[in-house]
Design a protein around this ligand. Structure first.
Ligand SMILES: NC(=O)c1ccc[n+]([C@@H]2O[C@H](COP(=O)([O-])OP(=O)(O)OC[C@H]3O[C@@H](n4cnc5c(N)ncnc54)[C@H](O)[C@@H]3O)[C@@H](O)[C@H]2O)c1
Length: 325
């Protein structure tokens, strides 16, 4: 089968990673950026791809199968909508829209036209996160009770988007993927210590109809560089730590055991600690490959779009709560 013809819009910090991957596993047909210098630089590197500053010119190519959007977040909805309406499959960096209603509209357009709408939730393709999902699905942890994410560091201090939008989308996508439930409450508190109106430190709390709860600590004002997700089950507990090189996932056979008959107090059980081997496959390569599979008609294309909509809904609830709305 012929390789899908893909165009990538946005050649800033992240776009070049997408360009490299699609050049290797698809036919990179177009590169697009408003910035002429960037276009010239990438046109030199990828001479077979056509370069343009006009997104519409790329969409007008009837032989183009799919478009990848790696432009700033506020532009995602409009560009993704334009591409879907032009009949292109779309992979769009996270989040695809800033409002749930806009995301629902994108999901509807994609479904009506039988097109792929895939948000770039990179962590869902991380072999460590896939291991967490596998452990939960297999019932290894027993009933899952709570999940919390730590995404902290000192810097990079952003001045345009707050810690929830810059850092939180990653953890939120993982938590919702692992629990496969919509939160019934999602609240956030934060402070704009450095740039007025831009929260540098955000704490989020989510609760789910099943009784599970989740928490996220998001900050670029912190002494620790942490990229960690902890899942607490009734039987076992597991930690995914992306800062570790060779122990990305650690499983703790720790749990409350039973009430001591004499005192009615809980006893705890501490068994083996194990470290499963986690593949070192590049998550972005896996993500791009999945997109191409969906474009090629393999897999459930509505799932990625609906999962993305769930993330935007929760993000909207957290944002409203953070701004006191
Ligand atoms: N998955 C990840 O881990 C990850 C990491 C970093 C960034 N991202 C996402 O990638 C996206 C881009 O982030 P970035 O840091 O690369 O931003 P950036 O500002 O470095 O680059 C964005 C580029 O888009 C171009 N652009 C803007 N509007 C355009 C338009 N209408 N048509 C064509 N080009 C346009 C700009 O000229 C710029 O070169 C964001 O959504 C961000 O959330 C994802």
């Amino acid at each position: 089968m012929a390789k899908a013809r893909v165009g990538v819009a946005g050649l800033g910090y992240w776009g070049p990673n997408l360009v490299r991957n699609f050049d290797e596993i698809a036919e990179l047909a177009w590169i697009c950026d408003l910035d002429g210098d960037l276009r010239d630089r990438f046109a030199g590197r990828y001479p077979r791809a056509r370069a343009t500053g006009a997104f519409a010119e790329m969409l007008a190519d009837e032989t183009l199968d799919a478009v990848v959007v790696a432009t700033p977040v506020p532009t995602h909805y409009a560009l993704a909508k334009q591409a879907l309406e032009a009949g292109k499959h779309v992979m769009v960096e996270k989040p695809p829209a800033m409002r749930a209603a806009e995301m629902d509209e994108l999901v509807r357009i994609a479904a009506d036209r039988d097109l792929v709408l895939m948000p770039g939730h990179l962590l869902l393709y991380h072999p460590g996160v896939l291991k967490l999902k596998e452990l939960i699905t297999a019932g290894e942890l027993g009933e899952v009770l709570c999940i919390y994410g730590n995404r902290q560091n000192l810097g990079i201090v952003r001045t345009n988007e707050n810690a929830l939008w810059s850092l939180g989308v990653h953890d939120l996508s993982v938590i919702l993927y692992l629990l496969d439930e919509d939160p019934e409450t999602a609240t956030a508190q934060g402070r704009d210590f450095l740039t007025p109106g831009v929260e540098d430190v955000v704490f989020c709390f989510l609760s789910f109809p099943s009784g599970k709860i989740a928490h996220m600590h998001l900050s670029w004002l912190d002494p620790h560089k942490m990229r960690k997700i902890t899942v607490v089950g009734r039987e076992k507990m597991v930690v995914f730590d992306d800062m570790e090189l060779d122990r990305k996932v650690t499983i703790y056979e720790k749990s409350p055991w039973k009430r001591a008959e004499t005192y009615g107090e809980w006893q705890t059980r501490s068994g083996d600690i194990s470290i499963p081997k986690i593949s070192t496959d590049e998550p972005l390569r896996l993500e791009c490959t999945h997109f191409l599979e969906l474009v090629g008609g393999t897999g459930d294309k509505s799932k990625v779009a609906l999962d993305g909509a769930r993330v935007v809904r929760a993000l909207e609830m957290l944002t409203e709560s953070l701004s006191g709305g």
